[in-house]
Ligand binder design. Structure first.
Ligand code: ADP
Ligand code: MG
Length: 270
């Protein structure tokens, strides 16, 4: 088990802001069988800033609202309140149609790669799908898929194979390649390494770090595992019951936490 060693700090230069969430809130309304509606306040006043070329972590125990924030940011769900600015433009109130040109600039990968990969679609087709949908000629999109497979260190012949022919770690690499096919500014990884064995986890983390640095994208890395967060994040936001309770450089927050909640998370980490 890797110890909690924060990633070495990178040069402290002024980087452009790619995405901002401002006082984001999400209330789920559940209709119960007995007529009474139940409200779950899953996120409240969540403000965070992603910079180009940097990795921001969201950490917190299960149920603290991390995935809710992720789903709001990529507009899989609509926030109840607050704003989301992408490259300076407010996108939280755009209709689906008007969102489309912006939507491709933020991509998400999940714990389960099959949430992004269709088992009946070949790897090449799967990676090329996004660019084709946005108007890229098929041959060019498949060439792009080849380059992306190389970027995620998979063999070239993977292009004509299917997801089940790969291991869990390799499937996550394929999901990463697919997410990168539209040249996003932001990649959101929601527990993307949480289901993997520790050694495979380390390889996928290394890949994400390498890609993030090489492509200069902003990575929003979500995990309940503080050790994993320490390995990859420049900064972290700590969430408790839907709220941000602490944030700052990963090295500070994860080695000198100010909040009791963060200290508890660290103590509970294996
Ligand atoms: P995390 O990713 O940190 O585990 P989530 O964002 O998944 O947290 O969940 C935050 C809270 O919102 C939890 O109490 C969870 O039960 C609730 N929740 C999540 N999704 C839904 C949903 N679709 N409907 C109702 N409640 C939900
Ligand atoms: Mg989650």
């Amino acid at each position: 088990v890797p110890s909690l060693v924060p990633r070495p700090p990178r040069e402290n230069k002024a980087l452009p802001v790619v995405l901002e969430a401002n006082e984001l809130g999400k209330v789920y309304r559940e209709r119960s069988l007995f007529g009474r509606n139940r409200e779950v306040v899953a996120a409240q006043d969540v403000t965070l800033t992603l910079h180009k070329g940097r990795t921001l972590g969201i950490v917190g125990e299960s149920g603290s609202g991390k995935s809710t924030v992720a789903r709001c940011i990529v507009r899989l769900i609509d926030p109840t309140s607050g704003g989301i600015r992408l490259a300076g433009r407010e996108i939280s109130d755009l209709s689906r149609r008007r969102l489309r040109p912006h939507r491709k600039r933020i991509q998400i990968i999940f714990q389960d790669p099959y949430r992004s990969l269709n088992p009946r679609v070949s790897i090449g087709e799967s990676i090329a799908e996004g660019p084709i949908n946005y108007g890229m000629p098929r041959e060019q999109a498949l060439e792009k898929a080849r380059q992306l497979l190389e970027l995620v260190h998979l063999p070239a012949d993977a292009i004509s194979r299917y997801p089940h022919q790969f291991s869990g770690g390799q499937r996550q690499r394929i999901a990463i390649a697919r997410a990168l096919a539209l040249d996003p500014d932001v990649l959101v990884a929601d527990e993307a390494v949480s289901a993997l064995d520790v050694s495979v986890q380390a390889q996928v983390l290394e890949l994400l770090d390498e890609i993030q640095t090489r492509l200069g994208i902003a990575l929003l890395f979500i995990t309940h595992d503080l050790r994993v967060a320490a390995q990859i994040c420049d900064e972290v936001v700590v969430m408790e019951k839907g709220r941000v309770v602490e944030q700052g450089p990963a090295g500070d927050v994860l080695t000198h936490p100010k909040q009791a909640y963060t200290r508890q998370l660290l103590e509970a980490a294996p």
